[in-house]
Design a protein around this ligand. Sequence first.
Ligand SMILES: [Zn+2]
Length: 110
Amino acid sequence: MDLKDVRDKLNTISKIVDEHLDFLLEVRQDEEVYKDDINDIGKMARDVLSILSKHSDLLHVSSGNEKEWVCEKCGKSTFETNYEHLVHPTLHLGCALKEEEEVEEIKYDR
Ligand SMILES: [Zn+2]
């Protein structure tokens, strides 16, 4: 499967999800109208949920390439580092603070 194929499929999913969201709002607003179809709607919802949850790990893949997640100061990976310990994806908080300390020390040396 190439990128264009995947993109087309994702676009199609996006359209279908939009339609289903509209439908969902309709069902919520007018549950009486859809009560005869409730089994079909329930089955559809169950199938969609099971497929989506099977692939939910994909949602947690960070955007961008793992190779780009390297600290510009120490050259170590920032990929596994918690966001709280990063200034941005290519700078550890620790490395940023260390650099600040070094700058301070240079000032004191004068
Ligand atoms: Zn670092």
